[in-house]
Design a protein around this ligand. Structure first.
Ligand SMILES: [Zn+2]
Length: 265
């Protein structure tokens, strides 16, 4: 079940319909290959690679002509609809996918048993619940929206890209930065920043799958321009301290864009 963009996933009717459809999809996903032979489990190997290793698959269209973004919420850890729209727009602008960029909202997972999550716990949740893996023409990615925080990182992470096509967003950390959930403007900026920053990591920025045209790397695979979307602060609570100074969510700077163009965008 693929929901084409434009799509507003958070009308109550849409959520109900999506949940029902997802149950149908889930009931078959363990017994049929997603586009493959009945009886086989989906081939997950091409979605279990290191961050940035599929940069070319995002940036060009010779292997995959479309992009499907699967989003799974844990408990009531939902994103604002405008944040998802902004992420889709970013994906459309920074990949080559003539078949389109589509978003799919899974039925919600139960509330997590823990407040803090490790890498191992995130990958285990994905292993048990992710429904869609790459098929012949569609590159598929997975966002897990967690109702907790990442364990052990300092400064606290807003999100973590942990495979070539997988990332988690720590909604509890985002809400902790907005003082209260009514501050939707700040919340949307933080959500959108981490969603786009995570996609940038999957695109191989900086120097992690997409080579640099000129050296602008800092802190292992981040950009040295502090206003760029790929600066290391954009993935942590550090960005919350100055995000209100930006009229809009940070974008990729010239150096990062030059890298993507050199790779084939
Ligand atoms: Zn940059």
């Amino acid at each position: 079940m693929i929901i084409p963009f434009p799509f507003h996933p958070f009308s109550s009717l849409a959520v109900i319909l999506l949940s029902a459809l997802f149950v149908l999809q889930c009931s078959t996903s363990t017994s049929t290959n997603d586009g493959g032979t009945p009886g086989d489990l989906p081939d997950q190997s091409s979605n279990r690679l290191s961050v940035g290793s599929s940069a070319a698959d995002f940036i060009r269209d010779d292997e995959f002509s479309s992009l499907v973004i699967e989003i799974q919420f844990q408990g009531d850890a939902t994103l604002l609809a405008g944040s998802i729209d902004a992420m889709i727009e970013f994906a459309q602008d920074h990949t080559t996918k003539p078949g389109g960029v589509q978003v799919l909202i899974d039925g919600p997972l139960p509330t997590g048993r823990a407040d803090r999550y490790t890498f191992e716990e995130l990958t285990a949740i994905e292993q048990q619940n992710r429904a869609f893996y790459n098929t012949d023409s569609a590159l598929k990615i997975y966002f897990l929206i967690v109702d907790g925080v990442f364990d052990g990182a300092e400064p606290a992470l807003l999100g973590k890209t942990y495979y070539n096509t997988s990332a988690a967003v720590f909604l509890r950390t985002i809400l902790d930065q907005t003082e209260n959930e009514i501050e939707e403007t700040v919340r949307k900026k933080l959500e959108t920043t981490i969603l786009k920053h995570s996609l940038g990591r999957m695109l191989g920025l900086v120097g992690n799958g997409t080579p640099m045209v000129e050296d602008h790397q800092q802190d292992d695979f981040y950009c040295d321009e502090h206003t760029c979307l790929m600066h290391s602060s954009m993935g942590t609570v550090e960005v919350a301290e100055y995000i209100t100074e930006f009229d809009s969510v940070p974008e990729l700077d010239e150096q990062c864009m030059a890298d993507l163009h050199a790779k084939g965008l």
